[in-house]
Design a binder for this molecule. Structure first.
Ligand code: SAH
Length: 317
């Protein structure tokens, strides 16, 4: 497995594991915050999703990993302030509790594999971990993913909604003859690989994270779409090309910062799928993106997550 090889080769790498006990109502906001803070491998365990009504729901466990580097102290300070503000904003909920542990084990990336099972994410698409078996049925499009330390197993609502949007655009819009797709922040490569399997002629997956680029390259190879999918280890702002479909599952803050670049990378008449946005960030996103040069095609929601399908109007100045 890629992750295993990489971690074994890089034994000096150390991570701080953060284990939060959180009221379920705050789990998504917290996951979003730690991702924005630079955490990796963020995953949630719903201990008791259907607690009986006569007693309070159990707390969820949220795990995340921060690299032990020069920024750690500052990040933990920000986190502390954030947890303090959650407590002030939601005085009726239990306070979020945090346990930390330093991880030196080069194999630690393996432990979260047990939470990743084959999952149908849309009408046709099934995401399956490389180490599980799944027999495809009918028109199933199966995507094999070995996530290593990268984000993107299809289990997160923000990724799942992107896959649903991609499926609809690529399978239904026959007006585009030559799909050129840009996957911004590819993580495991999941959205870029899905685009290729849904018929896109050319896909560029970009990620600033070196590990994500390596992991996604391996997943592209496993899915045998190397001929159509290119992985680029760069910041998306350094690209200069035209795409007919751009998918960006990031965070509201990152999306707002990238807006001008996304507009210039998208061809007239092209689609932009925006995801990674939580409900409370809609007021910041909507005036900037649900406005010219974009028209809104669809708004998908799941739990507190929102995903927009936008189309760039043709012949805008
Ligand atoms: N596309 C996957 C993973 C999303 S996680 C999915 O939908 O599940 C977001 C990824 O964006 C991270 O891997 C992060 O490294 C990358 N990223 C963040 N800002 C970026 C930028 N400016 N340019 C390229 N990649 C970026």
């Amino acid at each position: 497995m890629t992750a295993k090889r990489e971690n074994a080769a890089d034994k000096r790498e150390r991570w701080l594991k953060l284990e939060f006990s959180t009221p379920p109502e705050l789990a998504d906001a917290l996951a979003n915050y730690v991702t924005e803070l630079g955490a990796q491998g963020v995953y949630q365990e719903e201990v008791e999703p259907f607690a009986p009504n006569d007693r309070p729901a159990a707390l969820d466990t949220l795990n995340a990993f921060l690299p032990v580097d020069v920024r750690l102290g500052q990040r933990l300070k920000h986190l502390d302030t954030y947890l303090g503000s959650l407590k002030a904003l939601f005085p009726d909920l239990d306070a979020v509790a945090l346990k930390t542990e330093t991880i030196d084990d080069p194999d630690w990336g393996e432990q979260w594999k047990k939470y990743f099972k084959p999952i149908r994410v849309s009408r046709n698409i099934v995401i399956k971990p490389t180490w599980e078996r799944y027999t495809p049925q009918g028109s199933d499009i199966v995507i094999d993913i070995d996530p290593g330390m990268a984000f993107g197993t299809g289990q997160h609502p923000s990724t799942r909604m992107c896959l649903e949007a991609l499926e609809e655009i690529l399978l239904k819009d026959r007006s585009v003859k030559d799909w050129r797709v840009l996957d911004v922040g590819t993580g495991t490569g999941i959205l870029g690989i899905a685009s290729a399997k849904l018929g896109a002629e050319r896909v560029v997956c970009v990620d600033i994270d070196r590990k994500a680029a390596e992991i996604s390259r391996e997943n592209v190879r496993i899915n045998q779409v190397e001929d159509r999918v290119e992985i680029v280890n760069r910041d998306v702002t350094s690209l200069n090309a035209q795409f007919s479909l751009i998918i960006a599952n990031l965070t509201a803050k990152l999306l707002i910062g990238l807006r001008a670049h996304l507009v210039s990378l998208l061809a007239d008449g092209g689609y932009l799928v925006l995801s990674g946005i939580i409900d409370q960030n809609r007021p910041e996103i909507e005036p900037r993106f649900l406005a010219p040069p974009f028209v809104t095609r669809r708004t998908l929601t799941e739990k507190e997550w929102v995903c927009y399908v936008l189309k760039k109007e043709e012949h805008t100045p």
